[in-house]
Write a new protein. Sequence first.
Length: 231
Amino acid sequence: MGGRPKRRVGRRPVTRLLGGNPEGQDPRESKSIFMDQAKQKQQQLDDLAADIVASNVCPALAATATNLVMGDGDPDADIVFVGEAPGKNEDEQGKPFVGAAGKFLNEMLEDIGLARKDVYITNTVKYRPPNNRDPLPEEKKAFLPYLKQQLAIIQPKLIVTLGKHGTETFLPGLKISQIHGQPKRLRGLVVLPLFHPAAALYNGGMRQTLMDDFRKIPRILELIAQKGSVK
């Protein structure tokens, strides 16, 4: 998937956090402030995961799951990817998107000059549904407040939904087949709906469409930063 210029767009620059980098400021101090903010956000996310367990959210799912799969990546990222629910590999490892679909996602990130550590990846539902069935409406509803809290902690510029269920969480009533690759503004958020990597993995036409849509991400971030708009 090479041949395209690499552009680092996922992690907040230190100068943005500080409101600029005054002449003479020690770069090590800037780096320390950035790391402190990321560390604080990670602690908040860890506390949120502990709250899910303590609150016994979706006990039937929790009873059959190996791990709570909260999320993975940079807690101070500009981009958050939201899928549907963990699968077998994710449940075993406690991380989202680590199977074949995760490998494909990693390749697409690399194609636009990013790595997993530069973004944050999560799911709407945090426990694996039995036999990889689709998450039920009541399960998505139960986890929605926690997803909203995740986003409030991370404060991304762009939310990229992966697949039908992730998209319906933010854009109910709209079909992914009709709106994929089209950024939408939603109550102060910018949401980019994309096909799920697992669905596109073995479908040549959908795979190319997903790759083409994915390559829009750097430009969308530029427009958000420059104009506060994606139009």
